[in-house]
Design a protein around this ligand. Structure first.
Ligand SMILES: Cc1ncc(COP(=O)(O)O)c(C=O)c1O
Length: 478
């Protein structure tokens, strides 16, 4: 029997296959990790990891603002899991709450009986939310929360008004429903999507009013309050107030996607609170799981919810799925919300975010040929670089043009890769605007962390564009 046949035979029997144990997984080296990633997860993605130097890193531990890799290197985390790490890594209160829950052998699945944890988390979310945003659906991801939001909105709007307005450069998730209102050609691919949509420029109230006026079958509008994937784009407070008024006038249900910008990141619990306008439905995820659990939530006005699912006949149409309201995830989120307020992290996001923005503006004034724009709110900050593809010296253009399409014309890939390689600093990239680096550090970020980050960036930019590009190219062959 050859090796292939024997593995196949084993798979078809009930004998234990060749399984990796938890302890073996922990000590796995980078080469094996890479082989398994290629064999079983996503071989194509490795290509991008190599461009950015991520493929050499194996994280052994993470605490607070830092990752620690296999060589004991400490990496400052200004990526923050795209806003998923309000408390940084492994906050002691979150760990303690989870440990106690496990030791007490509490129950997890909440399908048969009601769960005190799900009820408490729903109460807490309603308490954090303005107006009558009181009804909560719990799930396990941002996409799931947004699916719930769009389905609820559609039912509340009624069958005569099935059309949904969404924004250019929007990102609401990759599951098929919300993919229909996600404006990324790459993600949309050639999938057959729902086509009852109307796309408008983000922040353009006139375009929205015209759409509402022209088409009475529009019943729903879905917008991120601050666009993340679009490159950290903020609309004026007046836009949101006028949107609220228009939605009231035309009886359109407003869904605010706060999956990335919510949970205190902007300096208010919800970013829409800066404008004093309250949507009909909103959604949170990412940091809601306090960096340890997968939790998403849709929070809706009670009258909207009751209209859609308020009777015994309609109650089960979109009730919680298997893992919605699971015990340990809920208590993690409950403890997280308490920590958020106990540690004053929303105010810290506002203050430290303002400091980060002002320091970046100082660098923009110092390097106007490199930094095009600095923008954001709280600790959700975008750093846009000049498109240098035309200004680069002729001698470098052929080298750069052989690099991947995704990085061409964009400094952010080069700068991100070198910040990691030379300054042990991690930043995030942006789906639709490759010239933008996203900075979404944990909300525990202090001014000293900002100083470290600014010092690293300053030192890198001081090399000048030509050296940065050359250093990056060299990093690809070393
Ligand atoms: C604004 C926004 N909505 C929805 C999602 C989808 O969340 P998830 O990746 O948890 O499904 C994301 C994820 O990045 C997001 O940024």
């Amino acid at each position: 029997m050859n090796a292939v046949t024997s593995a196949e035979t084993l798979r078809n029997s009930t004998a234990k296959p060749d399984l990796i144990t938890v302890e073996e997984a922990k000590v796995m080296d980078v080469a094996r990790m890479t082989d398994l990633f290629k064999a079983h997860i996503n071989p194509g993605q490795l290509h991008f990891m190599k461009l950015l130097g991520f493929h050499k890193v194996k994280i052994e531990r993470a605490e607070g603002m830092y990752y620690y890799d296999q060589n004991g290197r400490r990496i400052l985390d200004f990526f923050g899991g795209f806003g998923s790490l309000a408390f940084g890594h492994n906050h002691p209160r979150i760990l303690a709450a989870r440990q106690k829950f496990q030791e007490e052998k509490r129950h997890e699945i909440a399908i048969a009986f009601m769960s005190q944890y799900a009820s408490a988390l729903a109460h807490n979310l309603a308490a954090c939310s303005p107006g009558d945003l009181d009804m909560v659906f719990l799930g396990s991801s941002g996409s799931e929360a947004m699916e719930a939001a769009v389905k609820l909105a559609e039912r509340a709007a009624g069958p005569q008004r099935p059309k949904i307005v969404y924004a250019e450069n929007s990102f609401h998730g990759k599951t098929k429903g919300v993919l229909s209102i996600t404006d990324g050609a790459l993600y949309r691919g050639e999938f057959k999507l729902v086509d009852n949509n109307v796309r408008v420029p983000f922040g353009d109230i006139i375009a929205i009013e015209n759409a509402f006026k022209a088409d009475p079958s529009i019943g729903v509008i879905v917008l991120e309050t601050i666009q993340g994937g679009g490159g950290i784009v903020v609309a004026e407070p007046e836009f949101w107030r006028r949107l609220r008024a228009l939605c009231d006038q035309y009886k359109v249900v407003w869904v605010a996607d706060e999956v990335q910008c919510g949970y205190g990141r902007s300096g208010r619990f919800y970013a829409f609170q800066h404008a004093g306008a309250v949507p009909d439905i909103t959604a949170l995820a990412k940091s809601l799981g306090a960096g340890k659990a997968a939790v998403g939530a849709m929070i809706a006005r009670r009258d909207i919810y009751m209209k859609a699912y308020g009777t015994p006949k309609t109650a089960m149409i979109h009730a919680q799925a298997t893992f919605g309201g699971i015990g340990e995830a809920c208590i993690t989120a409950i403890e997280g919300l308490n920590v958020l307020y106990d540690e004053g992290l929303i105010d810290n996001a506002a203050e430290t975010g303002e400091y980060l923005l002002s320091e970046l503006r100082r660098l923009q004034a110092k390097y106007p040929k490199i930094i095009k724009d600095v923008r954001g709110q709280g600790l959700m900050v975008g750093l846009e670089f000049q498109d240098f593809s035309q200004t680069l010296p002729m001698v470098l253009r052929p080298i750069v043009s052989v690099l991947d399409d995704k990085l061409k014309g964009s400094l952010s890939g080069f700068i991100g890769a070198l910040l990691l390689r030379d300054y042990d600093t991690l930043v995030a990239f942006t789906e639709y605007n490759r010239n933008v680096i996203r900075l979404e550090p944990p909300l525990i970020c202090q001014k000293s962390h900002v100083d470290d980050f600014i010092q690293a960036l300053d030192s890198l930019l001081d090399r000048g564009i030509v050296s940065i590009v050359k250093d990056f190219v060299k990093s690809q062959v070393s």
